[in-house]
Design a protein around this ligand. Sequence first.
Ligand code: NAD
Ligand code: UDP
Length: 325
Amino acid sequence: MGQKDYRRKRVLVTGGAGFLGSHLIDRLLARGDEVLCVDNLFTGDKSNLDHLFNHPRFEFMRHDICFPLYVEVDHIYNLACPASPIHYQHDPVQTTKTSVIGAINVLGLAKRLKARVFQASTSEVYGDPAIHPQVESYWGNVNPIGLRSCYDEGKRCAETLFMDYRRQHGLDIKIARIFNTYGPRMHPGDGRVVSNFIIQALEGRPITIYGDGSQTRSFCYYADLVEAFIRLMDTDNDFTGPINIGNPVEFTIRELAETVLELTGSQSELIFLPLPSDDPTQRRPDISVARDKLDWEPRTQLREGLAATIDYFSSLRDKALHNAL
Ligand code: NAD
Ligand code: UDP
C-alpha cells in the first residue's frame, strides 16, 4: 500500500513521553496518524514531546496505566514501563503493577474497542540465557525472586496475558521482544550502559565497567527499532509474535567502552566495579523471524548510532552549562 492510500488511524501510545515512545510518536505522526500519548511521567519527560504540543494530530494525557482508561482508538502500542535497571528497581512493586495490571487495563481497552494491540516486551524474558543467540522458542532462564525479577517476571506475565486474551477473546495482538536499544532521548540518569559511558567520557570521568567487561550485549539504534514496530503492527491478524527485534551484532561491554572512548576522543580511564546480581552474561537476538515476517533487519552500524547519540548528549551538556551561566 502506497503512502497515498494509507488510511489515518487513531493510535494510543502508552509510555509515549519516554525514549522509544516519543520516537514512535514522531514516526506515527509523520505517516499521518492521530496520536494520543498516555504517560505518568515516571521516567519519561515532556521535553521529549516539546516539539509536538502544537501539532494538530497530537494529544497528551497524564495517566497511570495501572488505572483503567476510557478512550477511543484503532491501534494501541503499550510501551509504558520503566526500562532501565536503576529505574525499574527503584519501586519494584510499581514495576510489576505497571507490567501486569497495566497490561490487563490495556487489553481490556483493546477488547472493548476491538483494537489491535502491541506489547513492548523484552529480551529480559530470556533471563541469563543458556541458548545463544536467543530464539523466540527459548523459554528462558529467569530468577523469579531476584532484583531484576519485578521487570523480567512482570514482562513475562504480560506476555501470558496477551496470549490468553488472544486465545480467550480473539484479540488482535503483537508482541515484540526488544533487545538493548540506544539513541537520542535516552534518559541521562537511567544508568544504562550506553548513556553512562557516553556521559562519563564527555565529562572526563572514569568509565564504570561492571564485572570484567566480558559480558555481551547487542545494541540496536532506535530508528531501526521503530521501523520494526511499524512493520510488525502492519502484519496480518494471524501473526502475533513474540518476535525478537534487535541488532544481531554482539559486543563485549569492554569493546563498547573502548569504542565510546575512541569516538569521543576522551582520556577517561576504565574502572572495574562489581557486577550487579543476575546481570546476564550474554545477549544476542536471532532475528530470522523478523527477517522473514517483517522483511526487516537493522541498518545502523554501532559507530554511526553512537556518533549521533554522542552529539545528543553533548548538546544536552552544552545546554545545561549554558543555563548554569
Ligand atoms: P523509558 O523509561 O524511556 O519509557 C517508559 C515510559 O513509560 C516513560 O515515559 C514512563 O514515564 C512511562 N511509564 C512508566 N510507568 C508508567 C505507568 N504506570 N503509566 C503510564 N506511563 C508509565 O523506557 P524506554 O526505553 O522508552 O522503553 C519503552 C518500553 O520498551 C518499555 O516497556 C521497556 O520495557 C521496553 N524495552 C526497552 C528496551 C530498551 O533498550 N530501551 C529494551 C527492552 C524493552
Ligand atoms: N554496565 C556497565 N557499566 C555501566 C552500566 C552498565 O558495565 O555503567 C553493564 C551492565 O552490568 C550490563 C550491561 O552493561 O552487563 C548492560 O547494562 P544496561 O543496564 O544498559 O542493560 P541490561 O543489563 O538491561 O541489558
